[in-house]
Design a protein around this ligand. Structure first.
Ligand code: PLP
Length: 368
C-alpha cells in the first residue's frame, strides 16, 4: 500500500487547507529589484524606531540562550503602558498565534465561535483549527457613501448562543479598513453573556484618529470576558520579528499559559519590542505620516475614478466594481504587488497598503 499522509491527517486537519501566502516575494525581489512596489502586506515602510535596531544588534550575542519564557521585562513595560498587572498579559509569536491559541484553549467541537463576514482571515481558521462550530455573520450592508462591509454589531450580538465561547471582532478591521466607535462596543457588551469571550483585535489601533474611537482596554476592568490583541507588526514596523500580545483577565491568561509553547517569542523580538515601546515620538511620526500619505493616495485614486472605502488603517480597500483579477495581474506585471480579495468574498476589491511615496507613485503610474 502506498503512503498517503493526507489520509492519515486527523479530522480537523483534513478539513483545512494550507495558508495561501500569495506571490513568491523573494523571487519577485530578484526579478524586479528596486522597481518592486510591495503593497500587499500592510507593512510600515518607515521602519521601526532606530532604538530597536540598536537594541537588537547589542542583543545578538545572546542568541545562544533561550529567550525569557515569561517575557518579564517586556510585560512590565506593557503593564505600565496599559495600567494593568503583568498577569493580564500574554505574549505571542505575532498576534496571529494568540488568536489561534484563544480558540484552541476555549473552543472545541461542542462550542461555537462567532465572527463577521469580511472579518480578518485568521478568525475562521482559528475556529476550524479548534474544530468549533463557525458562525459567520453578514457584514453591514450599505453603499459607498456609508462604508459598507463593516461589522454589524447588533447582528453579531444576536448570533451569540449559549454555546458561544468566542466572538472575534477587529477594530479597525482588515481587509475592509472599517471601524466601530466606543459607544457601539459599550452597547454590544450589554448583549453578551460573561460565558462568551469578546476578542477585539486592535492590530491597526495606533493609526486611528476618528473621534470617539479608543482602545477597548478602557473596558478591561468592567468586563472580565474581554480580550484585546495588539501587534508590533503594523505601526511599530516589526513584522519580520513576529511579536504581539494580548490583554485580558488574569484567569484567561492563566488558561492560555497551559497550551502556550514555552519559548514562543524569541529574544530579539522581545528586545526590539521593548525598545520601540520606549520611542513614542517615532510611533507618532509613523502614524501621522501614514495617515497623510494614505489621504494623498486616496485622493489620487479617487481623482482617477477609483472608489475607495474610508480607512483608519495603513491600507485602502479599492472597489473596482468588476472582477479584480485582471487589474491585479496588470499591476503585477509592472512590479506592483497589491492583494486581491477574492479569498474574502470581495472579488471586485483589492487591498493596497500605503507604501513609500515613490512606491505609491509607481502604483499610480502602473494603473490600467
Ligand atoms: C496584520 C494583522 C494582525 C497581526 O498579525 P501578527 O501575527 O501580529 O503579525 C492581526 N490582526 C489583523 C486584523 C491584522 O491585519
Amino acid at each position: 500500500m502506498s503512503f498517503d499522509a493526507s489520509a492519515l491527517a486527523n479530522r480537523t486537519a483534513s478539513r483545512l487547507r494550507a495558508y495561501d501566502p500569495g506571490h513568491d516575494l523573494p523571487a519577485l525581489r530578484v526579478r524586479f529589484g528596486e522597481q518592486l512596489a510591495e503593497l500587499g502586506s500592510n507593512e510600515t515602510v518607515l521602519g521601526p524606531s532606530p532604538h530597536a535596531l540598536a537594541a537588537i544588534t547589542d542583543a545578538l550575542p545572546d542568541v545562544l540562550r533561550y529567550p525569557d519564557p515569561h517575557g518579564g521585562a517586556l510585560k512590565r513595560a506593557l503593564a505600565e503602558k496599559w495600567r494593568v498587572e503583568t498577569s493580564q498579559i500574554a505574549l505571542g509569536n505575532g498576534s496571529h498565534e494568540l488568536l489561534m491559541l484563544l480558540a484552541q484553549c476555549f473552543a472545541d467541537s461542542t462550542t461555537s465561535v462567532v465572527f463577521s463576514e469580511f472579518g480578518f482571515a485568521v478568525f475562521p481558521i482559528a475556529a476550524a483549527a479548534a474544530g468549533a462550530i463557525a458562525v459567520s455573520v453578514n457584514a453591514l450592508p450599505g453603499d459607498h457613501a456609508t462604508a459598507p462591509y463593516g461589522h454589524h454589531l447588533d447582528a453579531l450580538a444576536a448570533a451569540i448562543r449559549v454555546d458561544t465561547r468566542i466572538v472575534y471582532l477587529a477594530n479597525p478591521n482588515n481587509p475592509t479598513g472599517t471601524w466601530f466607535d466606543d459607544d457601539a462596543l459599550d452597547r454590544f457588551f450589554d448583549h453578551v453573556p460573561v460565558s462568551t469571550l469578546v476578542v477585539v483585535d486592535e492590530a491597526y489601533q495606533e493609526f486611528v484618529d476618528a473621534p470617539g474611537v479608543s482602545s477597548a482596554a478602557r473596558l478591561l476592568e468592567r468586563h472580565p470576558n474581554l480580550v484585546i490583541t495588539r501587534t508590533f507588526s503594523k505601526a511599530y514596523a516589526l513584522a519580520g520579528l513576529r511579536i504581539g500580545y494580548l490583554l485580558a483577565d488574569p484567569g484567561v491568561v492563566a488558561v492560555l499559559e497551559r497550551l502556550r509553547e514555552s519559548f514562543n517569542v524569541n529574544s530579539l523580538a522581545q528586545t526590539a519590542a521593548l525598545a520601540v515601546l520606549g520611542d513614542s515620538a517615532h510611533l507618532r511620526k509613523v502614524c501621522e505620516w501614514t495617515r497623510s500619505e494614505r489621504d494623498w493616495l486616496d485622493h489620487e485614486l479617487e481623482s482617477r475614478g477609483y472608489r475607495t472605502l474610508p480607512s483608519q488603517t495603513n491600507f485602502l480597500l479599492v472597489d473596482l466594481g468588476e472582477d479584480a483579477a485582471r487589474f491585479e495581474q496588470h499591476l503585477f506585471d509592472r512590479g506592483v504587488i497589491v492583494r486581491p480579495m477574492a479569498g474574502y468574498g470581495l472579488g471586485e476589491c483589492v487591498r493596497i497598503s500605503i507604501g513609500t511615496r515613490s512606491e505609491n507613485e509607481r502604483l499610480l503610474a502602473a494603473l490600467p
